[in-house]
Write a protein that binds this ligand. Structure first.
Ligand code: NI
Length: 251
């Protein structure tokens, strides 16, 4: 479930797109059970309304969950009032549906990271579409809506993958910096790497299934804030009109 270094990221045109996916904590029509009128955005000021065209933003992204350390990461993000983006694996969502719901409820963005984390370009058309569409359905049931973002496992992608994503209304999200946290497995080094990769409008790839990553985040958040960054979702970073189905971001 872990990334290998991706040498060549397929670069795709970045185009214009539908509005934000990153609905702030609005208790998105959670499925059946919780029909309670969630205490509307009360505790959450309009922190999500950051204009990244005007202020310094960065998007931390976490792949391969939800996993055993995700809850702790959510606690940390909440404490620091930071938003992040989670690219979830469909079959793991089935195992930890409540956690997926919590991610959404707390105002983070959720993207599709395929159902079983296979290298998508290697799959025949039907299976490729199935990997994405099945996860769309799993997430629809878990969080009440289908994501608009996907990240291909291992960053392996091509025109066919982007087209399949586009058919499902998904924009592809890659990254500007990868920590290789899964191979570092060292809290200090992972933190240092994130901070070295940090730059305005950066999209940083990490994995919340790596416990040392989750441990590194408190220091990372403190330091990034000290440097003046706003920690936002990928959609907030991209701004309105950039994440069209089939397009690729940040490049
Ligand atoms: Ni992955």
């Amino acid at each position: 479930m872990i990334k290998r270094p991706v040498a060549a990221l397929a670069l795709a045109a970045v185009v214009s797109a539908p509005a934000a996916l990153a609905l702030p904590a609005q208790a998105s029509a959670a499925p059946a059970a919780s029909a309670k009128p969630a205490p509307a955005a009360s505790a959450k000021p309009a922190a999500a309304r950051v204009d990244c065209a005007k202020v310094k933003c960065i998007a931390l992204t976490f792949d391969d969950g939800p996993g055993p350390y995700t809850a702790r990461l959510l606690d940390t993000l909440k404490k620091h009032k930071a938003k992040a983006t989670f690219f979830l694996v469909g079959k793991r969502v089935e195992e930890r549906r409540k956690l997926a719901r919590r991610i959404a409820r707390e105002g983070h963005e959720i993207g599709n990271h395929s159902y079983s984390h296979q290298s998508l370009p290697a799959l025949p058309d039907f299976e490729l579409t199935e990997e994405l569409s099945r996860t769309q359905d799993v997430l629809r049931r878990a969080i009440g809506r289908r994501p608009r973002l996907m990240r291909p496992p291992y960053g392996h992608t091509d025109a066919r993958v982007r087209a399949a994503a586009g058919e499902l209304g998904l924009a592809q999200v890659l990254w500007t910096g990868t920590t290789l946290d899964w191979s570092l497995r060292d809290t200090r080094k992972i933190g240092d790497t994130v901070l070295r990769l940090a730059r305005p409008n950066g999209v940083i790839l990490m994995h919340d299934v790596v416990p040392q990553t989750v441990k590194a985040i408190p220091r990372v958040l403190r330091e990034l804030k000290k440097r003046g960054y706003h920690l936002v979702t990928v959609s907030a970073l991209a701004g309105p009109g950039r994440l069209t189905p089939g397009a690729s971001f940040p490049r």
